[in-house]
Design a binder for this molecule. Structure first.
Ligand SMILES: Nc1ncnc2c1ncn2[C@@H]1O[C@H](COP(=O)(O)OP(=O)(O)O)[C@@H](O)[C@H]1O
Ligand SMILES: [Mg+2]
Length: 238
């Protein structure tokens, strides 16, 4: 079965300029993220995982190579077109939660919907529904500083789900959580994949999650080393 990948990276390089020194954080990465994939990205610190996620999420442009979001070359889109398409297609979860400190839980969850032109009433209803489903009912009027780490990450996940995205991208979402809370957070993400058939791309060191995932991308020094799905396909063909 061939259907267009929801995200496609073609020979992507990312070169950071550090004064006169060039640092190649990604060196020719090609990768397809297909609809319904659960992809785990693993690799040592500094290997380029976050840089790769930024490319997968169209948050940054490659120095060389191409990124396609839903079949569209992102370098050919206007900033406005790209942020619209990215906003409705992808939800982001970060290790540091990245919540706005002066907004309450409901307002934080509502934020991505503001840019998609939803009425205030609909935004509030959707945010309440998400807060409820993630066990944040008693917390909706609290600010991030008043919440535990696990609650903050659930707010961040609710925010990522706000626009009902096809893809959720999470960069070490349990990195700042204790193991039990981290497990709950990963259960929310795996449920999102299992129950709704959505695409998840997650950077994690957790071998349990990697075990659940159908596709593990290992990255080292800015290059993909082993891609188990591709390895299996190669074996299958031979
Ligand atoms: N904005 C940046 N400017 C310069 N160098 C960067 C920047 N972001 C990342 N790097 C460098 O790129 C390499 C890969 O970083 P990163 O993608 O954050 O790795 P990981 O997430 O696997 O720890 C590292 O050497 C890092 O120092
Ligand atoms: Mg990182």
């Amino acid at each position: 079965m061939t259907s267009e990948p929801v995200i496609k990276l073609e020979n992507v390089w990312k070169i950071y300029q550090l004064g006169k020194v060039e640092l190649a954080a990604l060196r020719g990465v090609s990768l397809d993220i297909n609809r319904g994939d659960f992809v785990t990205i693993m690799g040592p610190s500094g290997s380029g995982k976050s840089t790769l996620l930024n490319m997968i999420g169209s948050l940054d442009f490659p120095s060389k190579g191409k990124v396609f979001l839903k079949g569209k070359d992102i370098s050919l889109m206007s900033e406005n077109q790209l942020s619209q398409l990215r906003g409705k297609t992808i939800g982001f979860v970060f290790q540091e939660f990245n919540l706005l400190p002066n907004l309450d839980v409901l307002e934080n969850i509502t934020l991505p919907m503001v840019f998609q032109g939803l009425s205030l009433e609909k935004r509030k209803a959707r945010a309440e529904e998400l807060a409820l489903s993630l066990g944040l009912k008693e917390r909706i009027l609290h600010q991030p500083a008043e919440l535990s780490g696990g609650e903050r990450q659930r707010v961040a996940i609710a925010r990522a789900f706000a626009n009902n995205p096809e893809v959720v991208i999470a960069d070490e979402p349990t990195g700042n959580l204790d193991s039990i809370t981290g497990k709950k957070v990963m259960e929310i993400l795996t449920d999102f994949h299992k129950k709704e058939g959505k695409t998840v791309v997650v950077v994690t060191h957790d071998p349990n999650i990697a075990g659940y995932s159908e596709k593990i991308v290992n990255i080292k020094d800015g290059q993909i080393t082993v891609n188990h799905q591709q390895a299996a396909e190669v074996l299958w063909r031979h």
